[in-house]
Design a protein around this ligand. Structure first.
Ligand SMILES: [Zn+2]
Length: 95
């Protein structure tokens, strides 16, 4: 485990960096999507902004999840509607 020397609020601290491989996530509660820990229609995208989804995806893929990843399982019609809706909120999704 890597130990980094640093300062915080003027005090010297040792920061232990946890390797991703040593991290574990507890499963989401029953009744919610087991991918993103959010209660949503399975035909709809995962909650791309869910901390659980981001952590799980990062651990499995080595990068953060995008909206394209979150809606990969959706029908083309659902994807089109979500991409349009996200655009109205200033989020550009390129597939
Ligand atoms: Zn989900």
């Amino acid at each position: 485990m890597k130990v980094v020397k640093g300062k915080r609020n003027g005090k010297k601290v040792d920061v232990k960096e946890m390797p991703e491989a040593s991290m574990m996530l507890l499963p989401p509660r029953p009744g919610v999507c087991q991918e993103c820990a959010t209660d949503h229609d399975p035909a709809m995208p995962h909650n791309q902004q869910s901390l659980y989804y981001q952590m799980k995806f990062q651990m499995e893929h080595g990068r953060g999840a995008t909206w394209v990843d979150a809606m990969a399982h959706c029908s083309d019609d659902v994807k089109t509607k979500w991409i349009e809706a996200l655009k109205t909120h200033g989020v550009e999704v390129s597939s």
